[in-house]
Design a protein around this ligand. Structure first.
Ligand SMILES: Cc1ncc(COP(=O)(O)O)c(C=O)c1O
Length: 441
């Protein structure tokens, strides 16, 4: 069934599936497709079929696939020096910290390897900040339906009990309040509160943006109480929403911001940015990481930031976002099963009513050569590369229109065709039928 050739296993999908099922810890539920190559906003599977990548590795492949500037930076750095530990100065780490601080509110940066780690650093920093002030404050208020990562502290910070329930007891010190409800947040405050930690768009629970007024009130409240405002920009940061950082659109200055995903365009990295004041929460030796801030990841991040600037990618994000949204609103007036279109920049959620299953929609788009993610039963999320072209976006809209046209007669009562038997069996591969959760983080 398969052959090994100089230790390279030939990319045969059934073999890959077998190996995965037998040898990988089964915590994911992959779709029956494996990609072996990427170029621009496209991915190619083991059969050579081309897909428009509208999920970009879950908001990671900010420059798409195989971007020449990113590839050349990585190649050059790999040839010079891949890893060097934090016992020594690392030129690209210093340069990246400088660049991020100059482009943001921050005075200091700390680098790690993922979003969860960046949030762990932020949680520890908030606790350390009050520890060194000799104040007994450690509680962090987070939002219900938030997502902050998969480590023990970040599942405790995440306002969705399903992520922590199997792993109790939880890390203590977190309180959860309704998102976009300032009164609830004010009531949750106690003299033990150290920080408020929020996403500006709750990406993992259905692409729900925070209200501007709410965030402004939260900022003011944190300042009045002398507590820290942590903004989790792991998903929204680095151009995703049309500004380099999403907080810029809220007219506020956070105390701490966390980043990861798109920062190095696919090379694992996490970052925590903070003010000099918040930075007093860590003394030498209080926090660290072996890989964090390594030359390879930092040079990749510098190439991403440079390309976003040189190629005017923020302009592109805003133009393409406007185009997609206008087309989606037009589809919404044609197909009432589209309940809502929301998000910012190139982080967009399309919510369907109960007649459409988001995971089935995702599968039908997959068969047509479009990659999106589904969240829960009703939301399709797209987070494509920031380099997405208008013609590519238009092809997605056309495919969506075609699917909805074949599914829902626009002027007659909506039929539940996606949940019907024949319709699903005709296009859903056997192995995909078990895919029900939509959880992809
Ligand atoms: C807002 C937010 N924070 C944190 C994380 C965790 O990031 P990572 O998976 O890199 O640990 C995610 C991942 O989806 C996220 O969306």
């Amino acid at each position: 069934m398969f052959t090994e050739n100089n230790n390279n296993i030939l990319p045969d999908l059934s073999l890959i599936e077998d190996l995965d099922k037998n040898y990988c810890l089964q915590v994911f539920n992959p779709l029956p497709v494996a990609f072996v190559k990427g170029k621009g906003s496209y991915l190619y599977d083991t059969e050579g079929k081309k897909y428009l990548d509208l999920i970009g590795g879950i908001a990671v492949n900010s420059l798409g696939h195989g971007h020449p500037k990113l590839v050349s930076a990585i190649k050059k750095q790999a040839a010079n020096l891949i890893h060097c530990c934090n016992y020594y100065y690392i030129p690209d780490r210093s340069a990246l910290a400088y660049t991020l601080c100059k482009k943001s509110f921050a005075d200091k940066a700390f680098f790690c390897n993922s979003g969860a780690e960046a949030n762990e650093a932020a949680i520890k920093l908030a606790r350390g900040y009050f520890h060194y002030k000799n104040e007994d404050k450690y509680e962090i208020i987070t939002a219900k339906m938030s997502f902050h990562g998969r480590t023990l502290a970040t599942i405790a910070a995440t306002g969705q009990p399903k992520f922590s329930e199997p792993f109790l007891p939880s890390v203590p010190g977190f309180k959860y309040v309704e998102f976009n409800n300032f009164d609830a947040l004010r009531e949750a405050y106690t003299p033990k509160t150290a920080a408020v930690m929020l996403e500006l768009i709750q990406g993992e629970s259905g692409v729900h943006p925070a209200n501007i007024e709410y965030i402004k009130l939260v900022r003011k409240f944190c300042s009045e109480k002398g507590i820290l405002l942590i903004i989790d920009e792991v998903q929204t940061g680095i151009g995703r929403t049309g500004t380099l950082f999403c907080y810029e659109q809220y007219g506020i200055t956070p105390d701490i911001v966390t980043l990861a995903k798109g920062l190095a365009g696919g090379v694992p990295i996490g970052a925590m940015l903070c003010t000099d004041e918040a930075a007093t929460g860590f003394k030498v030796g209080d926090h660290g990481t072996t890989f964090g801030g390594n030359p390879l990841a930092c040079s990749a991040a510098l190439a991403v930031l440079e390309t976003i600037k040189d190629d005017d990618l923020l302009v592109n994000v805003n133009e393409i976002s406007e185009f997609i949204n206008s087309k989606l609103y037009a589809l919404q007036s044609k197909y009432p099963c589209i309940k809502d279109v929301r998000g910012k920049g190139l982080l967009i959620g399309i919510e369907f009513d109960e007649t459409i299953s988001a995971s089935q929609m995702k599968l039908e788009l997959l068969t047509k050569g479009f990659l999106v993610s589904s969240i829960g039963t009703s939301v399709i999320r797209i987070a494509p590369p920031l380099i997405l072209k208008k013609s590519e976006a238009a092809s997605f809209i056309k495919a969506l229109d075609q699917i909805l046209k074949n599914t829902v007669p626009s002027s007659s009562p909506i039929k539940n065709l996606f949940k019907g038997k024949q319709e699903t069996t005709s296009f859903v591969p056997e192995t995909a039928k078990t895919e029900t959760t939509g959880e992809e983080v």
